[in-house]
Ligand binder design. Structure first.
Ligand code: NAP
Ligand code: MG
Length: 487
């Protein structure tokens, strides 16, 4: 652990240019436990001058530090060392994330703790195989062209609170593999775990300024995104903020990747084995208490089996143990904030007002005096045009919608402002793939949903721009340069 950090739960400084610097901001950021509603920790705020310093440090790393001259192999070795340092911290990181955002520890200890190291190792390996320069005989006649892959430059990384470690590393690992430097601004709700990356970067001996970690809210995020020293922005979060960032980047002609919201469909085919489908739906539809961008929150069921599917999904929702997120038996924790609970409750009220039927849930669980809990809630008799079927709720709320034939199911799945993900549940995988091909989304899972680090992840329509992960995710941090040689 770094000497300046009094504890993982109480940070005193920002990580800029390879050192722990005092913030020039007057404020600090308190993190409140979603379970106890008591303070769990505190971090310094960030002022614009600190953003300037962090961006300057990142620029320095790209010009003056050894980082700029390292070959891909040396960078890959550094990524592996960073992975080692994060892996050592994985249990502490998982506990920290759970304390901050209420993610069940069963999820944080399998995803948020060990996940970042896995992503780094994937990109380290990829960096070793991708040539930095490639020679091509000129297609237009005589001469040779040297095509170079150069780092885009300074990357502004702005991330939300729902999977803070994973979503940060989807960006940082690819950016570092490409030779970029990053300034990371976490969400205030999960500001503490972001400093695990700073500690690890120091321990791994990354050159100064390659990784910088600042704090702050939307105003500081906006200042960073529009900063003249930033070359590219990588954002995950709401569609609303993504649009605002996209507008700024459009004006600046600044490359941007936006991973935004979703309202993905789970299409249950009439041949589905419901018992096994429902086990898969627990992960695909309700992961992290529904606060997951790719969650299949619209279940489309064949009319002939509609009641059966509604009952099975409702039984699933009732069976998930609600409680203390640090208890390994807990499947549904509290929502991240009182504001998020209000938002989810207002959607439940809207569903009722639109005439949808609450099959289970619909309120707060009775057994808790504290904690921002909402019961897993299932709506039946929902029309695909209702707000609960069109808008991202980001909580443990599922709607079940009947369809008459597969064409209608696909049309309904695609009739959404979003296009991030989806799932198909069937006993015939080939048929599942056939349906997946027809879905207008960035990803689809057949009989499960699992992100693959080796394949592009992202969305179409209001779900965003660009892709993360896989070789395609590395390309997002590469600028090509062609050098024409006469011979
Ligand atoms: P958000 O408003 O999109 O915030 C995401 C991050 O961007 C935070 O770090 C935020 O800081 C920052 N930010 C806000 N305005 C900014 C701006 N103009 N320029 C640069 N950065 C800015 O997400 P949220 O408030 O945490 O959640 C609201 C809703 O977004 C949720 O209910 C959910 O529907 C959706 N959401 C989706 C995802 C996803 O993975 N697709 C993730 C999280 C949330 P501040 O929070 O301090 O404003
Ligand atoms: Mg926020």
């Amino acid at each position: 652990m770094s000497e300046q950090a009094d504890s993982l739960y109480r940070r005193e400084r920002l990580f800029i240019g390879g050192e722990w610097r005092p913030s020039t901001a007057l404020d600090s950021i308190g993190v409140i436990s979603p379970f106890t509603e008591q303070p769990v920790g505190r971090a310094p705020g960030t002022a614009p001058a600190d953003v300037d310093a962090a961006v300057a440090a990142a620029q320095g790393a790209l010009t003056e530090s050894p980082w700029a001259s390292w070959d891909a192999e040396s960078r890959a070795d550094a990524l592996d060392r960073l992975a080692d340092a994060l892996e050592l911290r994985a249990p502490a990181t998982a506990g920290l994330v759970t304390a901050e955002n209420g993610m069940p520890i069963s999820v944080s200890s399998t995803v948020e703790g060990p996940g970042p190291a896995r992503t780094l190792r994937y990109y380290a390996q990829l960096a070793r195989t991708v040539a930095q320069e490639e020679r091509r005989p000129a297609a237009s006649g005589s001469g040779t062209t040297v095509v170079r892959r150069e780092p885009v430059g300074v990357i502004a990384v702005v991330v939300p609170w729902n999977f803070p470690q994973s979503l940060t590393m989807f960006k940082v690992a690819a950016a570092l593999a490409a030779g970029c430097a990053v300034v990371v601004k976490p969400a205030p709700e999960t500001v503490l775990d972001a400093f695990q990356l700073a500690d690890a970067a120091q321990e791994a001996g990354l050159p100064d300024g390659v990784v910088n970690v600042i704090t702050g809210g939307g105003d500081i995020g906006a200042y960073l995104v529009g900063h003249p020293g930033v070359d590219k922005v990588a954002f995950t979060g709401s569609t609303e903020v993504g649009r605002a960032i996209g507008e700024v980047c459009g004006r600046l002609l600044r490359p941007v990747t936006l991973e935004l919201g979703g309202k993905s469909a789970a299409i249950v085919l009439d041949d589905a084995d419901l018992a096994s489908a429902v086990r898969g739906l627990a992960w695909a539809c309700l992961l992290n208490s529904g606060q997951t961008c790719y969650t299949s929150s619209r279940v489309l069921a064949p009319r002939g089996r509609y009641d059966e599917v509604v009952d099975a999904v409702a039984d699933l929702a009732r069976s998930l143990r609600i409680g203390d997120p640090s208890d390994p038996a807990t499947r549904v924790g509290p929502l991240v904030s009182a504001r998020q609970r209000d938002r989810v409750e207002s959607y439940i009220a809207a569903g009722r007002a639109d005439g949808a039927r609450v099959v289970t849930g619909g309120g707060r669980p009775a057994d808790f005096e504290r904690g921002w809990f909402v019961e897993p809630t299932v709506f039946a008799d929902v029309d695909n045009s209702a707000a609960v079927a069109r808008e991202e709720i980001f909580g443990p709320v599922l709607v079940v919608i009947p369809y008459d034939d597969l064409d209608q199911a696909v049309a309904m799945a695609n009739d959404s402002p979003y296009g991030l993900a989806g799932t198909v549940w069937t006993s015939d995988e080939d048929k599942g793939l056939e349906i997946a091909r027809r879905m207008r989304t960035g990803t689809v899972g057949v009989n499960f949903y699992n992100l693959d680090l080796g394949a592009p992840f992202g969305g179409v329509k209001a779900s965003g721009l660009g892709r993360e992960l896989g070789p395609e995710g590395l390309a997002a941090y590469v600028e090509y340069k062609s050098v024409y040689l006469r011979r």
